[in-house]
Each structure stands twice: as C-alpha cells, then as structure tokens.
Design a protein around this ligand. Structure first.
Ligand SMILES: [Zn+2]
Length: 341
C-alpha cells in the first residue's frame, strides 16, 4: 500500500460533503449529496455509501482507505452517536459511526462535532501544526469551538465539551440564544449576531447609515461588512462592538487554558481589521496581566472549500490509530461512567 488515504465526511443540514484525503492534507477528490431526501437515516447511509464508493473507485483507492472521520452537529466522540441534531429530522439518537462503519465493511469510523473537526484539521494540516494548546473558534451562523489542551481535543466527561459559543457575555438583558439561554456569545458574535446588532443600532439611533437602505429584517453581516468597508460609521461601530465582545470573551478563554493561539475560521473571520483590531484591543485590555501578549489571534490556514472535509478526515486517521492500538483495558478510552441520581 503505497499511499494511504482516509475519507472525511461533513454532515450539514443541507449537504453532506465527502472527500478522499492523503496524509499531507491534500484533498484527492471530493463530492457531495443532499443530506435529506427523506427522514430515513438508513436511506441516507445507502446514498452516502453509493457516493463515497463511486469516488473511491474513480480514484483506484479501494485498498488505500484507512478510516473514515465524520463531522456533524451534536456528534458525540465517545458514543459515535448524533443526539437531537438541529436541522436534521433523524433522531433523537442516531448511531452514525456504527451504521457507517457497517456500510463500509467495518472500516474504523470516528465522529465529532464540526468545530472539533475544524480544530483537528487545523492541528493536522493547518495553522496549528506543532501547537499543543490552542482554541479553534468558528464564526459562522453560530459560534463553535474546539479546545486543544496538551495536544488533545477536550471532549469532557460526556463527549460534548467545548461549547464556548455559549459562554455568557451579557448577564443582564442578554439576547435570547438558540440554545434556550440568554446572553450567549453566539447571540452577539456570529453572523446572525452581527445582523441583530445592526437592527438594534439602527432602531436605537437616528444617524444616517447606508444600512438604512435595506429592509431592517433582511440586513446580513455581509451587508454590514460592505457598508463598513465603504466607510459607513454605523457599520464600523457594529464591528467594533462585535470585536470588543469577542476579545473580552477570548480573555476569559485564555484564563481557562492559556492557549498559544486562538484560531479563527468562518465567514466573519474574513472581516480583517474591522473585527481583528477591536478584538485584539479588547483582548489585551481584558486579559490577566500574566497572559498579556502571549496568545496570538490568527486565521485558519485551511481553504474554506476544503476545510470541512479536511477536518473530518483528520479524525479518520485517529479512528485508524484507535482501531490498531486498542487500550489495554477497554474502559480506559471511555469517560468515567456517569451515574444518574
Ligand atoms: Zn447559547
């Protein structure tokens, strides 16, 4: 076997993207299927198998595939299950790793949530190569995170650790968050958070802004970005507000695990200095003196089109390693058993 490959699969609400990846992080080939044609998970698995198998045979890779890694919402690394996934009708508990492994003749499969997969991708092939302590923050429709401590992704005792998008940044009168609480970081610093800030600013203020040309309920973070780039004062202030909250939250994250870097990924991360300048200012101002200036804030090095597949594929290598090196005691790799009261 000259060149080993793994398969990375990213399960999203609309599309499932998959690819063959080599050990250097080169996506050899990729394709996608619609995630949903109907609500039947077994039908999904057989369509996925068909798509992946076609890709494998088109690339003469039958003998080379070592493992499959999967990134999916609400995925649990320990159990291989997806629990109550938002935007997907399957559930409440779907044994994804087991079903997909069975569909591919028992090949090792590992699964985790998309932000954790992004962190693994960055550590294996991207900006975090060689780093043992860093935090990945994905700024998309929501705010996701993957925490790496001492070279290991932090999964927590139940497999769901690392939800830094849901730390509280406003204790009083905070915005309602999709998770059911109020005041979460995600409600302010995601793409939708930026759009909410725009609505709030425009409603509370009277000064002129390009953003007033849009129907207020249809303003997107991209509109705010475009307006800010053309010098619109309100739009720039929206980015200052967003970056400041993010920087203050990062100061707390630094206090938790003292990361070498916080790596940003996702649409909003591409806002450049509009976001990064207020962010680093707030971080430097709010961080504990002992940590000041030690944590870099950097951008992901993975191409956006490849990142989801690469992140998931990084877990494919781990699945293979885990299968080849089973722990001496089968329980050793499992979290401490959770006792229900
Ligand atoms: Zn929340």
């Amino acid at each position: 076997m000259s060149k080993p490959y793994v398969i990375g699969i990213d399960i999203g609400g609309t599309n499932t993207v998959f690819g063959i990846v080599d050990a250097r992080g080169h996506v050899v080939a990729s394709d996608s299927i619609k995630t949903l044609k109907n609500a039947d998970f077994d039908d999904y698995v057989s369509r996925l198998k068909e798509g992946v198998s076609r890709l494998i045979s088109a690339n003469d890779a039958e003998e080379k595939i070592q493992g499959i890694g999967i990134g999916a919402p609400n995925a649990n690394y320990y159990t291989g299950e997806i629990l109550n996934p938002p935007n997907l009708p399957w559930g409440p508990v779907i044994p994804v790793a087991e079903k997909i492994s069975n569909a591919f003749n028992g090949i090792p499969v590992a699964i985790t949530n998309d932000a954790n997969a992004a962190a693994l991708g960055e550590m294996t092939y991207g900006a975090a190569r060689g780093m043992r302590d860093f935090i990945m923050i994905t700024l998309g429709t929501g705010v996701g995170s993957g925490i790496v401590v001492n070279g290991q992704l932090v999964y927590g005792h139940d497999g769901f650790a690392g939800e830094l998008g849901h730390v509280i940044v406003k204790r009083n009168n905070g915005r309602i968050c999709g998770c059911g609480r109020t005041g979460c970081l995600e409600a302010y610093c995601s793409a939708t958070g930026v759009a909410r800030t725009a609505r709030e600013f425009l409603e509370l203020r009277t000064d002129s802004s390009e953003l007033r040309n849009f129907p207020i309920d249809e303003i997107t973070s991209k509109d705010v970005y475009d307006a800010a780039m053309s010098g619109d004062k309100v739009a720039k202030e929206i980015f200052e507000y967003t970056g400041t909250i993010l920087g203050q939250a990062f100061a707390d994250m630094v206090a938790f695990s003292s990361p070498q870097a916080i790596i940003l990924f996702g649409g909003l991360a591409k806002s450049g200095d509009l976001l990064l300048k207020p962010l680093t200012e707030a971080l430097n101002k709010s961080v504990m003196p002992v940590f000041r200036g030690k944590t870099k804030v950097i951008l992901s090095e993975l191409r956006e089109s490849d990142a989801a597949v690469l992140g998931a594929s990084a877990l494919g290598w781990e699945a293979k390693y885990r299968a080849d090196n089973p722990p001496a005691s089968p329980k050793a790799s499992l979290p401490v058993e959770v006792h229900q009261e």
